[in-house]
Design a protein around this ligand. Structure first.
Ligand SMILES: Cc1cc2nc3c(=O)[nH]c(=O)nc-3n(C[C@H](O)[C@H](O)[C@H](O)COP(=O)(O)OP(=O)(O)OC[C@H]3O[C@@H](n4cnc5c(N)ncnc54)[C@H](O)[C@@H]3O)c2cc1C
Length: 426
């Protein structure tokens, strides 16, 4: 049986891996000429099964309103929103707001945590099997708090983690320094932290490319530089893909099944089939700077809860990523857009990075209103979906991809996954 995976981001590549594992013949198609150059390229690199949390939470509407007004007044904030005359945006926002209550939050958080923890086990199995090196750090990530309010909220989150059996440690300021001595330079700004010892970091595109290279040696075909223009269908089933290659040649590609892993672009691909996906692009920004003094750089992943900026040691570099911008679909970036990430990095690790050599990046998080990706069969025969991984796609890719491969193979999944289906009601 031949399966085409649409998309060669982290989700598409890991999907190809698990389909190959099942014995299928696999082709991966992507419009880009390289693997993992869109959203998967510049993410913060946190693999955070303990931290994975829906953005839709009680209290979020008020916070979002405050941030929006502040951003309209020109202040640096974690969230920016440009209202558009776009039914898709307003429908997504309405669905997002419907999830901002305690009951939905508990359900959504439990679902995301289950997937993220499963995904972590699958990631570890791949790296052990193939000995993939991707600038990973293990041994835990640290959340740091700059305000008492932030620390109090961590106390509430601790209850949820304890209930789920996820290890964590609430730390005072000295405890934060003990975990990451480079934070000494920021001692006066912190009130405490939470250590999540199971969480990790890693360079997502390095992992995706190493895995793709291995898959190629196993016979998986990567048709890069090939854009899917439209999905062909008849009688309620998918019959092929109309593609244009990089030389402008058009073709119809056919297989026995198709898995769409095109992140936010999945929406416009599936819309002509009458499938309306609850995925909306939420733009984020990242800066990357060379390490100047290893002792003054983070040892792994740090989440600056006040600015909502994730800071990560990636080999000889430090990355800082954050900001959620709703209503901005392009991936252009200016230094001004990265002001919050710069501020956070400079204040926590003032001597760790060469800030005169910053690289800037922006990507579109494919967000669902409830935070979890859409994994499973669609209402069209032969057409499957693995998309909408939002702010956690590096964390959840391996688990999602194992689930979709199990689903196609008709194998019972190792975790409950019915509530991750693309047709779920949000
Ligand atoms: C600022 C930022 C920080 C983040 N930090 C983290 C983090 O620390 N941890 C974490 O777990 N997640 C993080 N994420 C989220 C994570 O990066 C994404 O969830 C993940 O990369 C999504 O992977 P993907 O493969 O679905 O998407 P992509 O990497 O975007 O891949 C989709 C692919 O589909 C292809 N495609 C689209 N349309 C077509 C078409 N018509 N024809 C052919 N090909 C097509 C694209 O070229 C692309 O290669 C972050 C995201 C951002 C923006």
């Amino acid at each position: 049986m031949h399966i085409i995976v649409l998309g060669a981001g982290i989700v598409g590549v890991t999907t190809a891996y698990f389909l190959h594992e099942k014995g299928y013949t696999v082709t991966v198609v992507d419009r880009q000429r390289e693997v993992a150059v869109e959203t998967s390229f510049g993410n913060a690199g946190h693999v955070c099964p303990s931290y994975a949390t829906p953005w839709a939470a009680p209290g979020m509407p008020a916070k979002a309103l405050k941030w929006t007004v502040q951003s309209w007044l020109g202040m640096e904030t974690a969230l920016r929103w440009s209202p558009r005359l776009d039914r898709h945006q307003w429908r997504w926002l309405r669905q997002f707001l419907s999830q901002c209550n305690a009951e939905r939050y508990a359900i959504n958080k439990a679902r995301m945590g289950r997937l993220a923890r499963y995904s972590h086990s699958q990631l570890k199995a791949i790296r052990e099997r193939l000995d993939i090196q991707y600038e990973q750090t293990t041994g835990g990530n640290l959340q740091v708090f700059r305000t008492q309010e932030g620390l109090d909220n961590a106390g509430l989150a601790a209850g949820v983690l304890a209930e789920a059996g996820v290890p964590f440690q609430l730390l005072d300021v000295a405890g934060c320094m003990a975990f990451d001595p480079a934070l000494e330079a920021a001692r006066g700004q912190l009130v405490g932290g939470m250590l999540l010892p199971q969480d990790e970091t890693g360079n997502c595109p390095l992992f995706a490319r190493a895995l793709a290279e291995w898959l190629k040696t196993q016979g998986v075909v990567f048709r890069l530089g090939t854009a899917v223009r439209a999905l062909a269908h008849a009688g309620g089933e998918l019959t092929g893909l109309h593609v244009d290659d990089e030389h402008g040649q058009s073709a119809l590609l056919q297989a026995d099944a198709y898995v769409v892993a095109c992140a936010s672009a999945s929406v416009s691909l599936l819309a002509p089939l009458g499938l309306s996906l609850p995925v909306y692009p939420v733009k984020g920004y990242a800066i990357t700077a060379p390490v100047t003094d290893a002792a003054a750089a983070p040892r792994s992943g740090v989440m600056d809860e006040y600015y909502k900026v994730a800071i990560t040691r990636m080999g000889n570099h430090i990355r800082a990523a954050g900001t959620a911008e709703i209503g901005n679909w392009d991936t252009r970036v200016s230094p001004r857009d990265c002001a919050t990430a710069i501020k956070s990095l400079k204040s926590l690790y003032p001597n760790g990075a060469d800030m005169s050599r910053l690289q800037y990046w922006a990507g579109l998080r494919p967000m669902t209103p409830d935070g979890a990706p859409l994994i499973g069969a669609t209402s069209y025969a032969r057409l499957y979906l693995n998309a909408g991984h939002g702010s956690n796609g590096w964390t959840t890719a391996c688990g999602s991809s194992r689930l979709i491969a199990d689903r196609i193979a008709g194998v019972t999944s190792e975790i409950v996954s019915d509530d991750l289906g693309p047709l779920r009601v949000i």
